[in-house]
Design a protein around this ligand. Structure first.
Ligand code: NG1
Length: 415
């Protein structure tokens, strides 16, 4: 077992992580796994309510080169020196490190898989990721999926893709954020050139080709959205409010004889009554803040379906309008936007984007803007000048501003 040590510098090429692996472990890696980050195009804060969402996987990914071990130890070094090496023994009773520790994303899938399958082999590995951290692009689920796939591969775990995505979503709850299953599902199941409608219970993906002339641009506000840290409680609180609202409304609908059975999920509730009727009915039953959350959830569910129709019809302006409405709802009703996110959305719209919205949980992180491909340069230029340069914000080597390439999902292979 190699002694833990910090690796110098940040490397960005696969050959580079193989070199780092040799440096740390004195031998060559035998396998490579890649799990992409994602950008959610529309459908925010509704996956944990069981409602469909519409993300796509990115060209940016977490990559691990690894070599199996004959014991149950996982030893993982990161090429990014901000993240110290982690090492632990796999088992169903693994304990969490302190809140915010990146190693919890490594332990999470190990614990979940050990709980359900016979896991006898760990690995030595080196991780490299070019997904911005705590930016709403799912850098965390990419690590969970990559480690999960590596362990599943080495231990002959057999699971259907949807089932495996569900396991990884369940696994990530270990870090303490009560997220939904969107990130794990799209990072595992995405196809090149496509976004996917992700439905839940069980997880299913319906792939939709992104029209050629459409260009999704990602811009990082630079404000850290630390969801495993200080923002975790805010995130979880919203989920609790949604659950309470569902319970109150379903119970009252039943008691007043408006519905015959109790609706135990949002999809059932949304299918049973018109959105406007639901909103009117719920207004006097919920507190003002619960009602705002509820309104965001049910209207966002409608926007997801409508926006997918617009993409299928290659109607870029229609799709962009739903993105704008989604941002407004996240800002006003769900209250997860920030001044910086609102500002960058505004700059993108004024720069020629047909739509722009925060993506991911919010509280900071990235926005996604949609532009016609021939206008993409204008939008990128506006963001660079108006958001980054004029305000003295850093965007070194365009690491904060880039075009999203709809990419395929995770894979593991022998080197
Ligand atoms: P981010 O903040 O982008 O990692 C989180 C959740 C998603 C979803 C979005 C909001 C996790 C792993 N991810 O994504 O499930 O709820 O917020 O739509 O918790």
């Amino acid at each position: 077992m190699a002694a833990p040590r910090i690796l110098g510098g940040t490397c960005s090429r696969v050959s580079c992580i193989e070199d780092l692996f040799k440096e740390v472990f004195n031998c060559s890696p035998t396998h490579r796994v890649r799990a992409p980050g994602r950008v959610n195009l529309i459908g925010e804060h509704i996956d944990y309510n069981g409602l469909p969402v519409f993300p796509m996987a990115l060209q940016r990914a977490a990559r691990i080169v690894f070599r199996p071990r004959n014991d149950r130890i996982v030893a993982l070094h990161s090429s990014d020196e901000r993240f110290h090496p982690v090492e632990f023994e796999i088992g169903p009773e693994i304990e969490r490190w302190s809140q915010g520790s990146w190693g919890n994303y490594v332990k999470a899938p190990a614990k979940e898989l050990a709980y359900r399958f016979e896991i006898q082999r760990g690995f030595d590995g080196v991780l490299q990721s070019d997904i911005p951290v705590a930016a709403g692009l799912s850098s965390s689920s990419a690590i969970v999926n990559a480690v999960g796939l590596a362990l599943a591969h080495l231990n002959d775990v057999l699971a259907e893709p949807g089932e495996f995505a569900g396991l990884m979503a369940e696994a990530e709850l270990f870090v303490g954020t009560r997220g939904g299953g969107m990130d794990q599902a799209i990072s595992l199941g995405a196809k090149d050139h496509s976004a996917a409608k992700v439905s839940f219970n069980p997880i299913r993906l319906q792939h939709v080709t992104v029209p050629d002339g459409w260009c999704f641009i990602i811009a990082d506000s630079g404000e850290v959205a630390e969801k495993s840290g200080s923002r975790q409680a805010e995130y979880n609180l919203r989920r609790t409010k949604c659950e309470e609202a569902l319970h109150i409304i379903s119970t009252n609908l039943l008691e007043q004889g408006i519905t015959e059975g109790l609706h135990e999920s949002y999809p059932e509730l949304c299918a049973s009554l018109d959105t406007e009727v639901l909103l009117d009915f719920s207004e006097n039953l919920l507190t003002a803040s619960e009602h705002r959350c509820f309104r965001h959830v049910v209207t966002e569910a409608g926007r997801v379906e409508a926006a997918i129709e617009r993409m299928l019809a290659a109607d870029i302006r229609g799709f962009g309008a739903y993105m704008n409405a989604s941002h407004d709802s996240l800002k006003t009703d769900y209250q997860v936007s920030t001044e910086a996110l609102d500002e960058i959305v505004q700059v993108a719209r004024e720069g020629g984007a047909v739509g722009a919205r925060l993506t991911g949980a919010g509280f900071g992180g990235c926005v996604v803007a949609l532009a016609e491909r021939r206008r993409a340069r204008d939008v990128l230029g506006a963001l660079q000048v108006e958001y980054y340069e004029r305000r003295g914000r850093k965007n070194r080597m365009n690491e904060r501003l880039f075009i999203a390439v709809p990419s395929r999902g995770a894979s593991v292979r022998v080197i």
